[in-house]
Design a protein around this ligand. Structure first.
Ligand code: SF4
Length: 569
């Protein structure tokens, strides 16, 4: 219920006179047992109608390790797991979101994928469905009409072939209606696009229990590990007037006491300090606070921190990502140690005492001195605290270093790179643990087994569908939850099904290799991504789109589109 996409799509569908949209969530294992023991179907929570009785069942694909839950919900909802087994009586299974940028590991289970901003074609798809339903023609006829819409991918209409080394040889449409390339669709102007005037307010407290409000979409910073930064191009910004009007309506209609200004890099919104000040000035008397998700280090200003702490004090979350300047240049992070120290110094002078620092391990070209660099930055943050005047600084200090395992993702300059092996991750995690000397620093690391599986599915193909189905049958659920994740079962299944996990996760790809997701056109070209890959190896930076267009392909993708015309001033 914290997911912004669901908060947009639910009211968007329910505003249609002819549509009734409900929600359903994966039941925890105790509830699942009750459903299975009593042979009860999984239901939607508004009317308790079984999933199998709906026209459509849609999933948002946010994380590869949630895939077994999707298959399990189909099974619990009394819907045939595989598309080929569904009849006219069964719902159409649709899915969208970032993981739909490589939909192939789910190709056998989902009828229709949305590539890009679903809100662009969702209404058209429902209109098509209404017309088709009256015809009583077979499902395939509806799917053939659907692929005429931009951003719609029907996996059943394509056939992959493979080389003897296991790489993809070819990927061709097998029906004439299906396009060779599926072009993503995106909302042109967020100022005029549909945006809800109210939100569902959950009874229970949720992770993001507030108005999460999208101020712009896309990001032109070009961090080379970041999939969202490429997928959601071009950048489209709302005017501050649109933002203020829509937030005002949402606060009135929800009663929330916090606004989060969401985007991929909120500190980059032009005039963000003024916007925050205006919102804080307007809502402070109602005790409504304003917050920002994690901020780029070089976009944080003292004014912003001060404004945001007026109503409610929270920690500061920063993402240096890499421990040395060399590696930050390789990933095109474009921030320096000086930026970081200046920001934490400002934060300490404003009595912030809780600093979270996000890093990744296993980045391309990484050396041990880069890992040691993470500890070095943590120590410098602690030093900076103790160098801050005791009279102004917070009485206590907590520095958290979180180091995730890098997972190379499709549609990034690093899509060709091999992931570190699990042993190498464990070695580096231990190495960093030994390098961290301060007791003021808490250090969290990620389970490399989980990241290995995430990497398999992130760059996998439809030969992995049988693994997902077997995993669901073997009881794998909630794999993203450490107490539920059962690596040994996965390992056994991978062996039993003779799947080479290293082939998908830890193999360096050739420049010319055909990728399972190459049939999708997101605007950013493969040539541009490879060029960025090579620049990374040389440690060369690529400037921010707003400083200089780097010709990534987006402007050629949409006729007449000029990126700078969609920046607000
Ligand atoms: S076309 Fe240029 S300005 Fe637009 S997203 Fe690509 S690099 Fe950025």
């Amino acid at each position: 219920m914290s997911h912004l996409g669901m908060k947009l799509i639910y009211p968007m569908l329910n505003r249609r006179e002819d549509t009734w949209c409900e929600r359903s969530f994966a039941p925890w294992v105790d509830m699942e047992k009750q459903l299975r023991d009593h042979d009860l179907p999984l239901f939607a929570i508004e009317s308790m109608m079984p999933l199998c009785d709906f026209d459509f069942v849609g999933f948002t694909l946010q994380y590869e390790m949630s895939f077994t839950n999707i298959i399990n919900m189909l099974d619990l909802g009394k819907i045939p797991i595989r598309s080929v087994d569904r009849t006219m009586a069964d719902p159409i299974i649709i899915a969208g979101g970032p993981c739909a940028s490589n939909p192939e590991p789910l190709a056998d289970f989902v009828d229709i994928f949305f590539i890009g901003d679903a809100e662009v074609t969702l209404d058209d798809l429902l209109d098509l469905y209404k017309i088709w339903k009256k015809t009583k023609k077979p499902r395939v006829e509806f799917l053939k009409q659907a692929v005429a819409l931009e951003g719609i991918y029907v996996p059943a209409f394509y056939e992959p072939t493979y080389n003897t080394d296991g790489t993809l040889k070819d990927f061709q449409p097998i029906v004439e209606e299906a396009p060779q390339k599926v072009r993503k669709c995106f909302v042109d102007d967020l100022n005029t696009a549909y945006y809800p005037e109210t939100l569902l307010v959950p009874y229970t407290s949720t992770v993001h229990d507030r108005v999460s409000y999208e101020i712009f979409r896309g990001c032109g910073r070009g961090c080379r590990f970041c999939q969202a930064g490429m997928l959601y191009r071009p950048t489209r910004e709302k005017t501050s007037e649109t933002i203020k009007n829509q937030i005002d309506i949402l606060l009135k209609n929800t009663g929330y006491d916090e606004i989060s200004l969401a985007s991929l890099s909120s500190g980059d919104y032009p005039g963000i300090e003024i916007l925050i000040k205006d919102l804080v000035d307007k809502y402070e008397q109602d005790n409504i606070s304003v917050s920002l998700p994690s901020l780029r280090i070089d976009s944080v200003s003292i004014d912003m921190l001060e404004q945001m702490q007026k109503v409610r004090k929270s920690g500061v979350t920063l993402a240096p990502e890499a421990g040395t300047q060399r590696l930050r240049d390789v990933i095109n992070k474009g921030v320096t140690e000086e930026d970081l120290m200046r920001t934490v110094q400002n934060a300490f002078e404003k009595k912030f005492g809780h600093i979270k620092l996000y890093f990744m391990m296993g980045l391309p070209t990484e050396k041990d001195e880069d890992i040691a660099g993470i500890a070095h930055l943590g120590h410098k943050v602690v030093e900076t605290y103790f160098d801050t005047d005791e009279a102004v600084r917070n009485r206590s200090l907590k520095v958290v270093i979180s180091a995730a395992c890098f997972v190379p993702k499709p549609f990034t300059p690093f899509q060709w790179e091999a992931q570190d092996t699990m042993n190498e991750f464990v070695r580096k995690q231990k190495y960093l643990k030994n390098e961290i000397k301060s007791r003021k620093i808490n250090y969290n690391w990620q389970d490399s087994h989980l990241s290995y599986l995430e990497a398999i599915f992130a760059r996998g193909d439809r030969r992995l569908c049988k693994l997902l189905e077997a995993a669901q049958k073997a009881g794998c659920r909630f794999d993203g939850w450490s107490r539920m994740f059962d690596y040994d079962t996965w390992l056994q299944l991978i062996e039993d099904l003779e799947i080479d996990g290293m082939f998908y996760a830890c193999r360096q790809r050739e420049k010319e290799e055909l990728f399972p997701w190459d049939f999708i056109d997101i605007g950013v070209t493969k040539e541009y991504l490879y060029h960025e890959n090579q620049k990374a190896k040389l440690g060369e930076l690529t400037p921010y789109c707003k400083e200089k267009c780097n010709d990534c392909g987006v402007m050629q993708f949409k006729e007449g589109w000029v990126c700078s015309e969609h920046y607000t001033v």
